[in-house]
Each structure stands twice: as C-alpha cells, then as structure tokens.
Design a protein around this ligand. Structure first.
Ligand code: FEO
Length: 394
C-alpha cells in the first residue's frame, strides 16, 4: 500500500492486509484487516504514530522513505500489541536518532515484548504534550482498550484524534475514509464484540473525553478513518451502555437431532411471543458472529446434549468464550437432552461466572422430547418473553 495523504503533511503510511483471515489464532477476519500507521511532518519535528505488524514492516519503511523522511524524530506508541508495535525495532534501526514516545506502562510492555533499549524512550503521562513545531501532540491515557497501557494521541491544531484500536474495525478496504458507513459500523461492531466488549464499563468516560475534544477526524489503527465520527461514537455509546434489546441468542449443538428439535421448538415459541431470536449452530460457528449477537441480547439460551457426563465441547467452548467477552446479557438458560444423566447444566453455568445474569430454569430431557417436554420449552419461552416485557423491551 502506497502512502495516502490525509491532510497537508499528514499521511497514512500503514498497510492493508487483504488476505489475513485469522487474528490471535482465534478471531475470524472475513474482511481482512489493515495496520494503520500515520506520519506527521511538523514544521520542526517529524513523528510516526504507531507502526504495523512485523510481517509487513518493509512496506512501512518503504513508505517513509518514499515520502522523503530523512530524519524521524518520534515514534508515538499508543498500544504495545505487536500488530502495531512489531515494526518499531526496524524503524528505530533505520532512523537511529528516533525516540519512542509513550506512557510509562506502555514503555514497560514494549520493553517486555520487543526488548527495546531504555534510552530510546521519552515518557509522557496523561495530558502531557509534545511539540512538532507548528503542531502540538497531547496524550490521553485510556487504559484497557483493550490492554492496560493504551492511550490516545491528540493532534491539537488539526483536531485529529489517534485512538489506536479503539473504535476501529478489521476491514481491508481501498477507502481511506469511511465511505460505506453501514459496512464499517458492522465491522466495528464485530471488532467491539471480539476485542473491546470485556472492558465496556470504561468506555463512557473515554467517549465523554472524546466528545469534549470534538475531533474532526478519528484515525484508528484498523479500518478506514472516520471523517464524520459522530456515528461511530454514537454506536459505541449504545454498545457499551447497560441497555439490552428484545433479543434472545439461541446457541445450540446437536448430535442426533434431539437437541436441535428442542432448540427449534424454543426458537419458534420465542418468535410467537414477539422475541427476536439470533440462532447459532455451534458446530463450525463464526465466533465473531456469535460475539456480535451477544452485544445487545437480553437473553442467551445454551442448548446441548450431554456428552459423557457434561456439555458437548462445542457448547463448553462457546460458553467459555462468552464468559471472556462479558456481554451485558441479563438472563440465561440451559436446555438439552441426555441418555443416562450428567452434570451439564451445572458445568455450563459454572463457565459463565463473569456474567451478571439471572439463571432461568433449565429444560433437560431424557431421550427424545415428549409432549410435556415441548410444553416445558413453551414455558421457558413464556418466562423469557415475560422478563423482556418486564424490562420494557417487548
Ligand atoms: Fe490491533 Fe490490540 O492490536
């Protein structure tokens, strides 16, 4: 990817990864991703904001050289994760006078992960500034978006905020700025669900701070740049709030179609009662799509057969993942079938300890469901609809 001009003397110099399909060996990337890095040529000093993944560091080095960067004064590191910091050692080597500017916690993590020498750091704390001549950079600590060292960098005179991963999206697109707003918001919701959701309680404070700055542009480290940032800020307000929607996620796995029949009956019963249902077959599920549906749902129902004496491993994996992601779901229930017994309900609920949920009565069936079992599922649907109604959602 060649450098792209954002404004006079401000360039996007990162890379687009059209082909990457998995992040952290966990997160599917159906739209690829980008590693965004920004070059600021001030009247006296030149700064690079964040780097790129080490696998594509040569593109960054070539972009800086093609823009005539003979002297690079600063590398601002907003986040120590390797997809942004991994190229910093190569940049430090190529521009030996350059210094890494970041907060003390990020410096420590960069030292741990990349073994950067102590003498190459300039430390800045919350609210402190750095002059580039005609421009001033100001640093705002924003811990846990999604690591503890994260920060934002504010280019004061241009009203551009560099937020690292915060508000970003895993998208490979030729658009420098957001032009498919709905598509980017969906990508950003996936990103929020997979990466940011566990830390949502901190976000209203960060969004207030961003509102106070009134940025004209928000430049993240993944996905296109927001030159109309109101929509993504509004979306993050909604996603990170405590408000849930009249939605039930039914996450199921079935071995001999028995649990699938139970899940199907419950799904229809919920729809009949006016509850929106999001269904995920946990065999081969895109965990990103499951995570997206967990962002707003009021209820999650886990449906699994007993395998041995516990849940099907696919159900256990999904529950474990949900526990890590900590969605704001309010109600949960377990349904399923068994041949001779087991502790599936206790084991699945035991995997969900991080969720602040009311546990609804399970529906467990020996063998294939009989008429009274389907009636129990109708009863569970009544309970869920009643809870949603009581919350004013339905
Ligand atoms: Fe894109 Fe947390 O790194």
């Amino acid at each position: 990817m060649n450098p792209r001009r954002i404004r006079d003397n401000i360039w996007a110099v990162g890379t687009i990864d059209w082909d990457r399909r998995l992040f952290d060996d966990l997160i599917p990337l159906p739209e690829g991703t980008s590693y965004n890095s920004y070059l600021l040529k001030g009247s006296e000093k030149t700064a690079l904001i964040d780097g790129v993944d080490p696998a594509v560091e040569q593109v960054l080095l070539d972009n800086l050289r093609s823009l005539g960067v003979e002297k690079l004064d600063y590398i601002i590191s907003n986040h120590a994760e390797q997809d942004h910091s991994g190229a910093i050692p190569a940049v430090l080597e190529a521009w030996p006078e350059s210094m890494v500017v970041t907060n003390p916690r990020c410096a420590g993590m960069l030292t741990d992960h990349l073994h950067l020498p102590e003498e190459r750091f300039i430390l800045k704390d919350d609210g402190e500034t750095l002059s580039l001549g005609d421009w001033t950079l100001q640093f705002f600590l924003a811990p846990f978006v999604h690591w503890p060292e994260t920060q934002f960098t504010w280019l004061t005179e241009e009203k551009i905020l560099f937020t690292g991963d915060f508000l970003g999206s895993h998208q490979a697109t030729s658009d420098l700025f957001v032009r498919d707003e709905a598509g980017t918001l969906f990508g950003a919701k996936r990103y929020y669900a997979e990466i940011m959701m566990p830390y949502r309680k901190k976000f209203p404070k960060y969004l207030d701070r961003i509102d106070g700055l009134a940025p004209e542009i928000i430049a993240t480290t993944h996905g296109p740049i927001y030159d109309r940032p109101a929509s993504i800020l509004e979306a993050y307000r909604e996603w990170s709030s405590d408000e849930v929607k009249n939605e039930a996620v039914v996450a199921y796995v079935s071995m001999h179609d028995t649990t699938a029949k139970m899940a199907g009956h419950l799904i229809n019963a919920l729809i009949d009662r006016g509850v929106r249902v999001k269904v995920h077959n946990l065999t081969g599920v895109d965990v990103g799509e499951l995570a997206i549906d967990l962002v707003d749902a009021a209820t999650v129902v886990w449906a699994s057969p007993i395998v041995g004496v516990g849940p099907h491993p696919n159900a256990a994996y999904a529950a474990f993942l949900a526990n890590v992601l900590k969605p704001k779901v309010k109600y949960t229930a377990v349904i399923g079938s068994y041949g001779w017994g087991g502790k599936m309900v206790e084991q699945l609920l035991g995997l969900l300890k991080n969720l602040k949920v009311e546990v609804l009565d399970p529906v467990m069936v020996k063998g294939f469901p009989r008429e009274e079992d389907f009636a129990s599922l109708d009863g569970l649907a009544d309970t869920i609809a009643g809870k949603h109604r009581a919350e004013g959602l339905l």
